[in-house]
Ligand binder design. Structure first.
Ligand code: PMP
Length: 398
């Protein structure tokens, strides 16, 4: 028998599996609305101009290609934290920060940290959440529990359910929150609701872990999208934050992210950082260089930074525009189902309310691919395809 004969094939990833099916489809009009990756209005991947300019600058500067230290590039980390927490960051020295392999790596590093130093703590995750969150905590050996988040009948936030479930969490438990543009639902708490959530966390002594994968990409405004995380920081929580530059700078494949943990003092931050480095050292030793150089160059240069802000707004605006066009086309198609949620939700995804069976019919009869939870990646919709999408959605929902 072979060494691996007892290994069973793994189930397909619910998000990546959709791309595989799409690529096997020969229909020329096929549409991929699975993975959350931005496309321009011609359906093509986009490299931002600020990134192209930063690339040129890096070539001109002829930087070396030495290893980064285990914690990553310190200048990158500090600029990344400024972007998230704001310039008036307040006691920045008490924040442990480490460059990570994008947002996924930040989540994983934090999960490993909890597994080591907060044994027995449960991590509460919203129901539903980005499917990879569950894999990440499982593989790190951290138990997750779901808290109610989404209400199917209103296609909005289940605020009472959320408060009740988190009200039952134990002191010291960790709660994962999406900083903005909740994936997959596109449903975020209002500013008033965030304030109430923060108070609940204080009362119950819960630990907020914010996953910020879409800063600037949701509303087009980096400050607005940082509202929740800055509020938690201002309210004085011990907290952690995962940042990703995949979407907002279009650096998907470069794997640039940051994990930060807000500590009680500078000394504590130094200690925490030293342990994060121990975990990172054994997993990958040091993070990739080029992406961090690009981000640091853009954030550190006034002109490039200003250009980036216009470009991230341009991407957000295109998605907002596609939401409006999709809703309009659905309403014009004669569909009597309500489609207001298409424009109420924010960020890259529209949680359409389509059932798994309807999603299957979109694939089989219309060559339109999305995850079976009915999540549509709006970034994959263009002004040329939105009408076809609306017609097909109408066809499978009547
Ligand atoms: N968190 C959330 C909520 C996400 O939607 C994503 C991207 N789909 C990520 C983290 C991480 O993505 P990446 O590892 O590419 O930064």
């Amino acid at each position: 028998v072979s060494m691996w004969s007892q290994v069973e094939a793994a189930p397909k990833d619910p998000i990546l599996g959709v791309s595989e099916l799409f690529h096997a489809d020969k229909d020329p009009s096929k549409m991929l609305l699975g993975t959350g990756a931005y496309r321009d209005d011609n359906g093509k991947p986009l490299v931002l101009e600020c990134v192209r300019k930063a690339e040129k600058k890096l070539i001109e500067d002829a930087k070396n290609m030495e290893y980064l230290p285990t914690q990553g590039d310190n200048q990158y980390i500090s600029r990344s934290l400024d972007l998230a927490y704001g310039k008036e960051i307040g006691n920045a020295e008490a924040i442990a920060g480490i460059q990570t392999l994008s947002g996924t790596g930040a989540c994983r590093l934090f999960a490993e940290f909890i597994a080591r130093f907060k044994k027995g703590a449960v991590c509460y995750v919203p129901d539903p959440t980005w499917s990879n969150h569950l894999n990440i905590f499982r593989d790190a050996g951290v138990e997750t529990k779901a808290y109610r988040y989404y209400k199917a009948d209103t296609r909005g936030l289940d605020f009472d359910g959320l408060k009740e479930d988190l009200g039952n969490a134990k002191e010291g438990d960790v709660v994962l929150l999406h900083a903005c543009a909740h994936n997959p639902t596109g449903v975020d708490p209002s500013e008033e609701q965030w304030l109430e959530i923060s108070k609940l966390f204080k009362d119950k002594n819960l630990f907020p872990f914010l996953d910020s994968a879409y800063q600037g990409f949701a509303s087009g405004d980096c400050d607005k999208d940082a509202f929740a995380l800055r509020m938690f920081k201002r309210d004085g929580h011990a907290m952690a934050l995962a940042q990703s530059f995949a979407k907002n700078m279009g650096l998907y494949g470069h794997r640039v992210g940051t994990l930060s943990i807000v500590c009680a003092s500078k000394e504590e931050a130094t200690v925490v950082e030293s342990q994060l480095k121990v975990i990172a050292r054994a997993m990958y030793s040091s993070p990739p260089l080029q992406g961090a150089n690009l981000v640091s160059t853009i954030l550190g240069d006034e002109k490039l930074n200003a250009l980036w802000l216009t470009e991230v707004k341009m991407m957000a605006d295109r998605i907002i525009d596609m939401r409006a066009k999709l809703r309009e086309a659905l309403e014009k198609s004669g569909s009597t189902m309500g489609w207001k949620h298409v424009t109420d939700q924010i960020g890259m995804f529209c949680y359409s309310g389509l059932t798994p069976e309807q999603v299957d019919r979109l694939k089989d009869e219309h060559h339109i691919y999305m995850t079976r939870n009915g999540r549509i990646s709006m970034a994959g919709v263009t002004s040329k395809t939105v009408e076809k999408l609306a017609q097909a959605m109408h066809a499978v929902t009547t």
